[in-house]
Design a binder for this molecule. Sequence first.
Ligand SMILES: [Fe+2]
Ligand SMILES: [Fe+2]
Length: 315
Amino acid sequence: MLRPVKVEDLKIGMYVTLGEQAHLLPLFEENFMITSEKQIVNIIDKGLALVDVDTEKSEVDVPVIEDFDQLDTISKKFRETIEDKRTPPKEKAKAVYDHSIEMMKHVIETPTHDSILSGKQMVGDMVDLILADDETADCLTQITSHDYYTYTHSVNVGMFGVLLSKAAFSDHADHDMRELGAAFFLHDLGKCEVPSYVINKPGRLTEEEWDLMRQHPANGERILSETGHLTSECSLIVLQHHEREDGTGYPNRLSGYRIHVYAHICALADVYDALTSIRPYKKNLSVFQALKIMRDEMISHFNRDLFEKFVLLFQ
Ligand SMILES: [Fe+2]
Ligand SMILES: [Fe+2]
């Protein structure tokens, strides 16, 4: 049986099976027994978080990673729910949403190669579901219209990002919808490096706190690159989701066509969720109130065509 092992827990006598990771360790065979400490140092130096170890072929005990098992269970539960044809769309949508939040919590708390990979697989399954099943997609729109806790923002923006992309792109085949979905979910990953007192501060941020906050797009891009997940979709969305149509955004004050359409989509989902979600320090707005403020007071921030398609999601 193959079992993932943290690279720092590797020992002489473990039988490593690299599989898809083989290209990351070109000096090693695809399957090999660890016979020296030097091999372990070489593996650690390559920056991998986990490698698979064959428990039967190993000559020493192979430890179990509890956190990984937890992730594995979440993914399994998620897949079962999606695949179960007897589950009504409303329940399916609720379960998909709840699992997504659990998964996002793991990804943001421990943004390693493997946790992001599990998260991306789950988002991929969710994207397939939204594209294939209109009824469940409608229910997701309703569920995602409320919600509240720390990780729900990522999930809400992820869901609305995919829903709006489905509405905006007539031919989904022109876009890698699964990668796109993953990028929407991960848009704020860089916030894990912004102190939580800044993230949760009820009042206005000081100039210093704003400087920290403005770093989250670049932080996110760096983490995704370090963990081997920086696709072009992620790069555009993570870096540009706070840029604004009229050039008033950050970090680069890009405007209009210089902002990628994926980032425009993410910005709409992001602002909408910020307005409609409950935070300890503010009231949440209804769908109608939020869309009205976005149209009357913030329209210069958004791509107009996309804003109109966004409004249609709720009709
Ligand atoms: Fe953000
Ligand atoms: Fe956000």
